[in-house]
Design a protein around this ligand. Structure first.
Ligand code: ADP
Length: 749
């Protein structure tokens, strides 16, 4: 039995003697209060010295060996001796200058004060470790400064290390808050604080986190995420990566690197929007009607728009740099190149006009401009140029200048005075004849002045001062055609015509007047009137006496057998009557002209008067049956003879101008304050134009079928004057070829 024990002891001793770790047995020493105060080494193996640095310890206490040994050793082993609890721990001793990894346990039963230690000097390892940490710290400093967040997870997923940026990026106040927490805690806090989206804006799946993926064996997982702070709403882009670090095959650490890439993203977005702007610009430039191009800072063209190529029929390769000279006209190219080079050299904007050859060989004229484009530092980066086709404009302006010349020539040679005003009545132009008419001596320039100034200047020349002014105001406001005469104090009579100047689409550009001196014609007319007045007056006396004698003779032959003489006398009488009517008409017209037509008003029966006139006309014309329609009978206060004259004029005209018809209808209609007399025939009628003119002096409708009708064109003129003098209204309703209805309205009472 003893042998066996001896053998076993021998084995142990051998084992302890050969093992690399230090081994020793301690006897704990307590004070009276049962507090451990020291311990004595009872046994130690050969490795003890190497591992602890202490020689020959057996029999000595630790405090004898190392007087300044830390109390923590004595306390910890005392505790083991008393409690029997085994312990594994790593602990350093400054007194010994070493770090130890220790396994300690009590030897024997409760009363035993003996503790066995197996220990390894791990100072080197510790040092390496701390150097590693230092290195990592330095590294993380660098990374901090470089803008990366850094975290190191141990194999169990605890945070071993984290730098400041990592803490900040994940919403912690300081990096200490991060240390030693677990990956699960970390991720819970993280997702509470942020809304996390993937690159495409979709919610980010936490299982895709690079840390997790690295734990599951992926070497270098990485993701781009968008973090939106739930409280501030602030949005940031991060690139998150993990590295799997194999410390030993069993010990895996995960390095987690986070980079804020918001700025790059922003740049990317700006770049994208720049690109979009450029695309938009190109699209626009391709679609403008001009040719467009861009040069580099030296003036060499690197881009043309689509229009350039479609107009010239060239390619970019042909045109690049100075290739554009190929489409220039040989007569102009040198001048153009010289000028543009000067602008390029001086950094000035450029403008020129020259022909460019189109794809089908035709040359068209272009107005070309280039503007300098500078960067923020004011350096020239490009020229942007356009060419605008102005061929049509050039032709149009040539045409315009030709037309202008023509107009000027017309104005100069025109026997008429001409004046044109703009819509604001400012004088645009007038000709020499206009100046002569208005006695302007040519020293005042009225162009651009208001037309009223002209009136001011010429006012003294006119006989009737008010007339031109009021008519002018009306003309400007209505913009209608107008026509009138001006009477000058010096006797001249100027007839003028006015018409609006209208554009193709009816735009109002102003008003034009032309002036003709009609003094001579007017004088001739006056002379003619005077002659007629004298002639008719002088004719009237002999005709009246002839009429008296023939009537006398007629009465004598009335009852004789000389029927032939009687008939001839009747014919003479009829002709003299016609002559009397003509002379009377001429006299009346002259009276009207001279304003001498007077009325002798009396109270009379209107129907009776009309009846009388109808009977008189009916007596001499058997071809037509004249009927009268009237419902009432009233008396009027008017000139009976003159109104009778009007009725007779209506009736004789009605018969005269309806040779194919056989009746004429007369109607008298009474209204509360007026009476209307109308004479309707079924004859040739009047065109609308002629109907407007029939009341004018000497107006007679012209035409082949009209030639046979004799007359002076005075009857209706006189009638109209008579009716107007009574305050009445004269008029005609007529349908050409169907008949006319002449009427007048006479106020009652
Ligand atoms: P005239 O002496 O020529 O008849 P008036 O002044 O009476 O002169 O008439 C002027 C013109 O009006 C005539 O020449 C005629 O052409 C036209 N006229 C007048 N009455 C009628 C009518 N009832 N039907 C058609 N034309 C008429």
């Amino acid at each position: 039995m003893n042998k066996a024990i001896d053998h076993l002891e021998g084995l142990y001793r051998d084992f302890f003697a050969k093992m690399e770790q230090g081994f020793c047995i301690l006897d704990l020493i307590f004070d009276r209060d049962g507090k451990p105060v020291d311990y004595r080494f009872l046994a130690a193996n050969p490795a003890f010295k190497d591992q602890s640095g202490l020689s020959y310890p057996v029999g000595k206490t630790i405090k004898e060996l190392v007087p300044n040994i830390e109390e923590k050793w004595v306390e910890r082993y005392g505790h083991i001796a008393l409690s029997g609890e085994s312990m594994q721990f790593i602990e350093g001793s400054e007194a010994l200058g070493r770090w130890f990894e220790v396994s300690a346990y009590r030897l024997g039963d409760e009363d035993s004060r003996k503790v066995a230690l197996i220990f390894t000097d791990i100072t080197m390892r510790k040092k390496q470790e701390s150097e590693l940490w230092q290195l990592k710290d330095q590294l993380s400093n660098i990374v901090d400064n470089a803008g990366s967040g850094l975290m190191l997870f141990d194999s169990k997923g605890h945070v071993l290390q984290a730098n400041h940026l990592a803490a900040m990026y994940q919403g912690y106040q300081s990096r200490e808050e991060l240390l030693n927490i677990s990956m699960i805690q970390n991720s819970r806090r993280f997702y509470e604080k942020f809304d996390v989206l993937d690159e495409n804006g979709e919610p980010f799946n936490p299982d895709d986190s690079p840390v997790k993926r690295a734990f599951f064996g992926e070497e270098n997982p990485q993701v781009t995420i968008i973090q939106i702070d739930r409280t501030t709403g602030k949005k940031r882009w991060f690139l998150a990566r993990s590295r799997r670090i194999e410390v030993t095959p069993d010990d895996i650490q995960i390095l987690f690197i986070i980079n804020d890439i918001s700025l790059q993203k922003k740049h990317q977005q700006v770049e994208a929007s720049l690109l979009a702007t450029e695309n938009r610009f190109r699209h626009m430039a391709d679609n403008i009607s001009q040719l467009a191009w861009m040069t580099d800072e030296k003036g060499s063209i690197f881009w043309y728009n689509e229009r350039w190529f479609s107009y010239t029929g060239t390619t970019l390769d042909e045109m690049k740099g100075w290739g554009w000279t190929k489409v220039h006209h040989p007569d102009h190219v040198n001048r153009v190149v010289k000028k543009i080079n000067r602008c390029f050299a001086e950094g000035r904007n450029w403008e020129d006009t020259f022909p460019l050859r189109s794809r089908n060989g035709e040359y068209r004229w272009f107005l070309s401009r280039a503007v300098v484009i500078r960067n923020v530092r004011g350096e020239i980066t490009n020229w942007f140029g356009t060419n605008t086709d102005i061929t049509d404009q050039l032709q149009a302006s040539e045409k315009l200048s030709y037309q202008k010349g023509l107009l000027e020539a017309q104005h100069k040679t025109s026997p008429m005075g001409i004046l044109v005003v703009d819509p604001d009545q400012r004088i645009l132009m007038y000709n020499q004849r206009f100046e002569e008419i208005h006695r302007l001596d040519g020293t005042v320039d009225l162009v651009g002045k208001h037309e009223s100034l002209l009136r001011e200047l010429t006012r003294r020349l006119f006989k009737d001062r008010s007339r031109p002014e009021s008519t002018l105001e009306k003309i400007y406001s209505t913009r209608a055609q107008s026509h009138d005469k001006m009477y000058f104090k010096d006797g001249r009579i100027i007839e003028w015509f006015g018409a609006p100047v209208l554009g193709e689409k009816g735009e109002y550009f102003g008003y034009a007047f032309s002036y003709i001196d009609v003094t001579e014609q007017e004088n001739l007319l006056r002379q003619k009137d005077e002659f007629l007045a004298v002639a008719s007056h002088e004719l009237k006396t002999p005709v009246t006496s002839i009429l008296a004698y023939t009537q006398l003779l007629q009465r004598q032959f009335e009852n004789s057998d000389d029927l032939l003489t009687y008939q001839m006398l009747t014919k003479i009488n009829q002709q003299i009557n016609r002559l009397t009517v003509l002379i009377n008409d001429l006299l009346d017209a002259t009276k009207i002209e001279q304003g001498k037509l007077s009325l002798r008003k009396e109270e009379f029966d209107f129907n009776e008067m009309v009846q009388e006139m109808v009977e008189e006309v009916q007596r001499i014309s058997s071809s037509h049956k004249i009927s009268i329609r009237s419902e009432e009978n009233r008396s009027v206060f008017a000139d009976r003879d003159r109104l009778g004259q009007v009725v007779i004029n209506f009736l004789t005209n009605a018969i005269k101008y309806s040779p194919q018809a056989d009746r004429v209808d007369v109607a008298i209609e009474y209204m509360p304050d007026k009476v209307r007399l109308s004479v309707t025939d079924y004859g040739m009628g009047l065109s609308e134009k002629d109907a407007q003119m029939v009341f004018e002096r000497f107006f007679r409708v012209e035409g082949k079928d009209r030639e046979t009708f004799s007359g002076l064109g005075l009857g209706l003129f006189i009638s109209s004057e008579i009716v107007q003098r009574h305050g009445g209204k004269i008029g005609v309703d007529s349908t050409f070829g169907e008949g006319s209805c002449f009427y007048f309205l006479l106020p009652l009472g």
